[in-house]
Design a protein around this ligand. Sequence first.
Ligand SMILES: [Zn+2]
Length: 241
Amino acid sequence: MIHIDVTRIPQEMRNEGFQFHYQKAVEFFNSSEFDRKARTLISLHEGTHLLYARELGFEPKLYGPGIRYARQTKVFHGIVGAVQALPDTISMTADPIMLAKQLLGPECAQEKLLGFKTTGVLGISSQGDIEDYEKWFVRRMIAKGDLYLELDINARDAAYKDLGSPAFRRKLWDAAHEFEERVFGKPDFLELLGEKVRKTWEALGVSVEPQTPDENGFSFSEFINQVRCSPGSAQDKDRNA
Ligand SMILES: [Zn+2]
């Protein structure tokens, strides 16, 4: 059973709005819809935040699915997983490209490694990251004034360049698997067996091109449409990227 973290919602706030998101999350994460593809998508996304955070010298806490409350908009929302945000000592001083990659890199990784095209300019699952990026951009501009408008474009280019390196991809998949194991537990035996069978077919030269996660009724995208990967609230001291 996958646990839904509600520790950030005080008892007295657990109203109908909360119950709606809580039930939805419990049902989704403990159903067959939360399959290997969904796990992979979340773990790769969060693993990218994790790897870049480590490259910046920070060891973040990892969070699994949970319910959060956005104080600004006064709404509850589910999160599918999260990585602790960088402290100001790093986000206000470190190299801007590295910091922007830490926030915006996951979307690039999803696209490059999973063929997961998010809809529109603001990718659904990365919307919270983009909001976090914009909040960080404004705060750092006020504090130091050392950023420029095209930073996000350059950071995405830099992330795609990283993703072109086999050594980086290996490190990234390691971080993704680490996130998966620490947050969701080891994938079950049958699923692993399925992967072995797939690898055998591949070794025999049989084409088993993975479907893009959006095809074949991949209803995770429906789910993620309503819940976001990040609470994106700058007021939350323990904000997650
Ligand atoms: Zn994210």
